[in-house]
Design a protein. Structure first.
Length: 506
């Protein structure tokens, strides 16, 4: 077939010639760009903690870059103010910075990165430098909840925000609070309470409620589920069919386990499970004593018979224990990451032993005492146990003197921190960032810790704060072969208000 010349001229119209010229011109430009390299400035595309409020559970932030970076230049030029020691790891264009310990609460931090270069131009005389980056994040406020003990505050939940210097009474005067636990973000408090008139008649029959704190946390993982003003009450479980004896809130805030005694049907007494505001479900398990939900919020440890049973938090399978620890009688606390627990063994010689039990099978006795072991809390690095203990006082009358001590889990060395007056119903609480301990002290008009206190009628309860020096804490844990005097120079400080049973917000 022969193509006529007029057909060729008809096909190459002016618009076609313009298009061909543009394609050729763009091809040349693209070739020149490829030959000369990419001149786009590297930059931080995303900062995972930007304008967020982090807590002790937030251990690492991520910087995401728009192009592969020269890692050495980034690591040497990254600045955090105030300083936050940590470790750096990489995955492609993402850099993770993992903190060595939780950031101190009530602080604002700034992350800066300047003059770092990308990977492809790092060896050039004029490397391609990153656009200056400045990020900011804050930590949660130092705040705690306690029971009021004086005047209109008596028997009510009181929130003290030490960072903002604010006091908020959360519960109404007609409710007398018996026990309470904060939710993970501190936006709500789960508590049991009776009507004030019923308490005056010595009738203990509480209901279970939540109350909003007015704290709204915007964390990197989740936001506060309750953004109400402080003081909003919600009924969780009434006392119509059964008496509420004890409860525990799971670490993720999604599950409540309640111990109830049914007035009409004893077979319906035991542990009940409440999840997602659904109706309570009876856990099919044998009767037991003290219980505690595990850190992963999926199981429950409970004293049964001559040991501790670990039960799944599923009503259909709770009768089949996941594990049984016949050696121990009580679990005091878990490490936040679930790697260890503090448990008590009751010995045949009438002494008590405190054990450090890990998920690797280690069962180490760190203390044996003739006194009592009331509580134990792991420091954020899981290397120190802060304990509330007692010692038996000499004399014909049986008396126990409480004291607060720190135990090095590597060496089992015990360091007494504060010796307290003889009193009952004492509690301590370790701040989530590990910077301070709170405890209450029954007082009779004096604000000083007496060296040889006498048993006297209770008049009020003072709150004390024991600052913990993190530098000394790290030395205490990292140098097991050296003699240490942990916190010997730190004295407790009397807070300018009264209260009982203080608990730091997470």
């Amino acid at each position: 077939m022969q193509i006529h010349p007029n057909m060729t001229r008809k096909w190459l119209q002016p618009l076609d010639r313009v298009a061909i010229l543009l394609i050729l011109g763009l091809s040349v430009l693209i070739g020149l760009l490829l030959w000369s390299g990419d001149h786009t400035a590297p930059r931080v595309r995303d900062f995972s903690w930007q304008d967020k409020q982090i807590g002790a559970e937030d251990t690492a932030f991520i910087l995401t870059f728009n192009r592969p970076m020269d890692r050495a230049s980034v690591e040497s030029r990254l600045r955090i103010a105030p300083p936050l020691p940590g470790k750096i790891s990489w995955a492609g264009r993402r850099m993770a910075y993992t903190l060595n310990q939780p950031a101190s609460y009530g602080s604002t931090f700034q992350v800066q990165l300047q003059e770092a270069s990308d990977r492809f131009s790092a060896n050039r005389a004029q490397p391609n430098l990153i656009q200056p980056f400045v990020g900011k994040f804050t930590t949660r406020d130092h705040a705690f909840i306690c029971l009021g003990v004086e005047g209109d505050d008596a028997g009510r939940l009181v929130l003290y925000n030490l960072t903002q210097q604010e006091k908020t009474v959360l519960t109404p005067p007609e409710l007398a609070v018996a026990d309470f636990q904060p939710y993970p973000l501190g936006d709500r408090i789960l508590f049991s309470a009776t009507q004030r008139d019923a308490r005056r008649q010595a009738s203990f029959d509480p209901k279970l409620y939540t109350v909003s704190t007015g704290i709204h946390v915007d964390s990197p993982v989740q936001q506060s589920s309750d953004r109400s003003a402080p003081g909003k009450i919600k009924l969780i479980l009434d006392n119509t069919d059964a008496q509420i004896l004890k409860f525990d809130l799971s670490p993720d805030g999604q599950t409540i386990v309640v111990q109830r005694a049914n007035r009409q049907n004893l077979s319906q007494s035991g542990l009940w499970l409440i999840q997602d505001d659904a109706s309570p479900q009876l856990l099919n398990n044998q009767p037991g004593g003290d219980f505690l939900i595990t850190p992963d919020s999926t199981a429950l440890t409970i004293a049964q018979g001559q040991g501790l049973a670990v039960l799944p938090l599923k009503p259909q399978t709770a009768s089949q224990p996941l594990d049984f620890l016949p050696k121990f009688g009580t679990v005091l606390n878990f490490a936040r990451d679930g790697s260890a627990a503090a448990m008590v063994k009751f010995n045949t010689d009438y002494t008590r032993s405190l054990f450090w039990v890990t998920n690797q099978g280690i069962q180490k006795e760190v203390l044996r005492t003739t006194g009592s072991i009331f509580s134990a809390q792991f420091d954020p690095l899981n290397q120190i146990l802060y304990c509330l203990l007692t010692q038996i006082l000499p004399g014909s009358e049986y008396r126990e003197r409480p004291y607060i001590a720190a135990i090095d889990l590597r060496t089992s060395k015990l360091n007494p921190l504060v010796i307290l007056p003889v009193q009952r119903d004492l509690q301590i609480s370790l701040a989530a960032d590990g910077t301070a301990l709170l405890f209450d002290q029954t007082t009779t008009g004096t604000s000083q810790l007496e060296a040889r206190p006498q048993i006297e009628p209770k008049t009020t309860s003072k709150l004390w704060l024991l600052p913990l020096q993190l530098s000394d804490q790290r030395t205490f844990a990292s140098q097991p072969n050296q003699s240490r005097d942990l916190l010997a120079k730190t004295a407790p400080e009397a807070l300018p208000f009264s209260g009982a049973h203080p608990r730091w917000l997470p």
